[in-house]
Ligand binder design. Structure first.
Ligand SMILES: [Zn+2]
Length: 67
């Protein structure tokens, strides 16, 4: 097992395939290092919803208003 220091925060973290954010300790530190922290990329942790997706949902049959 290889332990390394996270380049962003210095926390000891495991460098292996079990850590998808390696060499960072977390996805958060990875995003900070990539410079995405400051802009809006990290505002919504889940997948971003595009305008196209919103239109698709609006047109979907199963989301008809209850009457
Ligand atoms: Zn870190």
């Amino acid at each position: 097992m290889i332990e390394i220091k996270c380049p962003t925060c210095g926390l000891l973290t495991i460098y292996s395939s079990e850590n998808p954010s390696r060499p960072f300790c977390s996805e958060r530190c990875k995003l900070i290092d990539l410079g995405q922290w400051a802009d809006q990329t990290y505002k919504i942790p889940s997948a971003p919803v595009s305008i196209d997706t919103l239109i698709d949902i609006d047109d979907a049959d199963e989301i008809e208003p209850k009457d």
